[in-house]
Design a protein around this ligand. Structure first.
Ligand code: CU
Length: 336
């Protein structure tokens, strides 16, 4: 009788152990899934990925779809970081519409995301610039529309609290609203966005650190998402080209002093407004959450460096290269 009772007690004990193990196993599996972020080989946006200029002379409804996705990629060789993105690159894609267009924008938040996301486009007239209408949980999607009434080049970014964290982690890009009369012809167009990363090393893992955001001292100031993005993959043009750079500053905090070493901006659309231009500018100021458009002709071949002329930021990543091919022009530049 005693041994029968003992067997029952043992049986219950074994069942409890099995149950406990299953429970633990499930928990273990779930935690692996939650921690997993897809790894992206190169987070940076190619600066030559500019949409085609708009040829049509009429307004239309433009449908745009963006997916917010959290991914892991390198800030610099060997240092991986959890970026938050639009479409798996930093910056997100450049969008291009025409003044007067109505944009129907769908924001999807990938089901693998751990955080809600949204989009605030500075080209929008309406509360939150779209962010009020697009707060999406992982796996969700929302659509809203807006009329692009003001021409210019505008920053877009995530506006889900804590907003500086979402921006710093990579959720930004730009939308160009072409004026009705169109833009002048150029030979090459480029898309460059300055951003900041606020990181700390936690036992070999590079993590976001809000305390550095508060002191406004980013560890990285980068063009197109990561250190060396635009020196590993330079902008390419040739002598005789007129180039246009769409340059934005996502912030979070710093003002950019955008400069190209060895060039003078023939035309600057200051603060990315088409209503006035400045000529013959060396360095143009781009506020956090602002943009500029610069144009210049290329007369002399060689490498030209894109910088934020607050040059302490060079080592933090604010450096790009424009490689210009073609014949020497000794009348303009030569050794004597
Ligand atoms: Cu976000």
């Amino acid at each position: 009788m005693k041994s029968k009772n003992l067997l029952i007690v043992l049986g219950i004990f074994v069942l409890i152990l099995i149950g406990f193990q299953i429970f633990n196993y499930d928990e273990f599996e779930i935690s692996i899934d939650e921690d997993f972020l897809e790894s992206i080989e190169d987070i940076s946006k190619d600066a030559s990925l500019v949409p085609e200029e708009i040829e049509r002379g009429f307004e239309k409804v433009v449908k745009i779809s963006l997916t917010a996705k959290e991914v892991s990629s390198e800030i610099e060789p060997g240092l991986f970081y959890d970026y938050w993105t639009y479409e798996e690159t930093v910056p997100g894609p450049m969008l291009r519409v025409r003044e007067g267009d109505t944009i129907e924008l769908t924001l999807k938040n990938d089901e693998s995301s751990k955080n809600p996301h949204s989009i605030d486009l500075h080209a929008v007239t309406g509360p939150g610039g779209g962010a009020v209408l697009t707060q999406v949980a992982p796996g969700e999607s929302k659509t809203f529309k807006f009329k692009a009434m003001n021409p210019g080049l505008f920053v877009y970014h995530c506006a889900t609290p804590i907003i500086p964290e979402h921006i710093a982690n990579g959720m930004y890009g730009m939308i160009l609203v072409e004026p009705k009369e169109g833009l002048s012809k150029v030979d090459k167009e480029f898309y460059v966005v300055q951003g900041e990363l606020y990181t700390t090393d936690e036992n070999g893992e590079i993590k976001f650190d809000y305390s550095i955001v508060e002191s406004e001292t980013p560890n990285y100031v980068v063009f197109n998402g990561k250190k060396t993005a635009l020196s590993d993959n330079p902008l390419k043009a040739k002598v005789g080209d007129r180039v246009r750079i769409y340059f934005g500053n996502a912030g979070v905090s710093l003002v950019s002093s955008f400069h190209v070493i060895g060039e003078i901006f023939d035309t600057v659309y200051s603060e990315a407004s088409f209503s006035s231009t400045h000529n013959n500018v060396q360095t143009t100021i781009v506020p956090a959450g602002g943009a500029t458009i610069v144009e210049f002709d290329l007369e002399v071949p060689g490498n030209y460096l894109l910088v934020d002329h607050a040059l302490a930021r060079l080592d933090k990543g604010a450096l790009g290269i424009m490689e210009v091919g073609g014949d020497e022009n000794e009348e303009i530049y030569s050794e004597i």
